[in-house]
Ligand binder design. Structure first.
Ligand SMILES: Cc1ncc(COP(=O)(O)O)c(C=O)c1O
Length: 373
């Protein structure tokens, strides 16, 4: 059977990882400034992570959500403490798109409405309503184009105010740092204004922290740079350091109802073991603080390169925009300098390294980057 060919691939087979490095099948070592698309949070093959998952699978890999699973509460306790949201409720699923589907579903159950506002260039996933909320007509199938979503310019407060004032908006969904959209940041004023309007019109404010959250921005959540608290926060990617997992943090104003939400695999024992290990390591090794420190250093140094038109970002979520397409720079970084990076569109290189990236590794990246410019 052939694989369904949806990804343009680099001819590299990665077989091993450790910290911020990966190796291909020929034994070639690469510096990982991409983290497998912002997924590797605590580093590849962290010993605590390996031990927790290995022990758990030897004990019990899975049982259903019809019985108590104390590991879920352990994840929630640790996450509440580390993120500052211990008064919120937590629902576990398997991916980012699923987290956003459930967030929007909750919002609609809450206020009975069906309209959603998102930013231009938003990316919220590839399923049903999540893909409709993604500002890319090429990936929205006719069956998903149901007219629920209005795309609005980021930080243009009056445009959002005009829509919210209609009083029929179910939810506003925001990436405080847009990933796929090119590492663009919301302003604190914009978010404070949105918070007020959402309260006024009983609209649910959702922050999609799937890429920018979980320590990546140098605070636990990217919206914590703006001084607001959303009603719902969605997480995935870094939560399991590669174990497929997503989560929804839900404000106390939502009352759970049996049967409204559910999942077979979400919050299973193995996934929880992975998530607990991630939060342990983030706390013990101060990875949120590390992301802030190493990210600030990288941004400062990158701003000195005259070849880069603009450097944007926060913590270890950094975009470098060039006047010209960056395809060759990225290829040369990968094949000549052995460095993995990401992209946004044609002209932006996106850095999403594991949060344990050291100052030495950051300096090494800058050295190799200089070689290809
Ligand atoms: C901001 C954001 N939301 C949602 C998603 C979808 O997550 P998943 O691919 O796990 O469904 C992504 C994935 O890139 C993302 O970056």
């Amino acid at each position: 059977m052939k694989l369904y060919d949806v990804y343009p691939l680099f001819d590299i087979n990665i077989v091993k990882g450790k910290g911020c490095h990966v190796w291909d099948e020929k034994g070639e070592e690469y510096l990982d400034l991409y983290g497998g698309h912002a997924v590797i949070s605590i580093g590849h093959a962290h010993p605590h992570y390996v031990e927790m998952i290995s022990n758990q699978v030897a004990q019990l890999g899975f049982y259903s959500n019809s019985v108590i699973n104390k590991l879920q509460q352990e994840v929630a306790d640790r996450l509440g403490e580390l993120s500052g949201y211990d008064d919120y409720q937590f629902f576990l699923i398997n991916s980012g798109a699923e987290a956003n589907e459930n967030a929007l579903k909750l919002a609609s159950f809450y206020n009975g409405r069906t309209r959603v506002l998102v930013q231009e260039k938003a990316f919220h996933g590839r399923t049903s309503l999540a893909v409709e909320a993604t500002h890319n007509p090429k990936i929205i199938a006719p069956i998903n184009a149901n007219g629920h979503v209005t795309y609005l310019p980021m930080n243009n407060f009056s445009a959002w105010e005009a829509e919210l004032a209609k009083g029929d908006v179910c939810a506003v969904m925001i990436e405080c740092i847009q990933g796929v959209g090119g590492i663009r940041l919301v302003t604190p004023e914009f978010m404070k204004g949105l918070r007020e309007l959402c309260d006024k019109y009983d609209t649910v404010l959702i922050c999609d922290e799937i890429q920018c959250g979980y320590g990546r921005s140098g605070k636990f959540f990217a919206h914590q740079h703006t001084g607001i608290r959303p009603d719902i926060i969605t997480v995935a990617k870094g939560i399991g350091n590669g174990f497929p997992m997503g989560g929804v943090l839900i404000s106390p104003k939502f009352t759970p109802v049996y049967g409204q939400l559910g999942t077979t695999f979400g919050g299973n024992h193995l996934a929880c073991a992975a998530a607990i290990a991630v939060l342990d390591v983030m706390k013990q090794e101060g990875l949120v603080e590390n992301a802030a420190k190493v990210g600030a250093y990288l941004m400062e140094e990158l701003k000195k390169f005259p070849q880069i038109k603009e450097v944007r970002g926060q913590g270890l979520m950094i975009g470098m925009e060039f006047e010209e397409p960056i395809k060759d720079i990225r290829r040369n970084l990968l094949f000549e300098q052995k460095v993995f990076t990401g992209v946004s569109g044609t002209n932006v290189i996106r850095l999403l390294p594991p949060l344990c990236l050291s100052m030495e590794e950051a300096t090494e990246f800058l050295k190799r980057f200089k070689e290809v410019l």
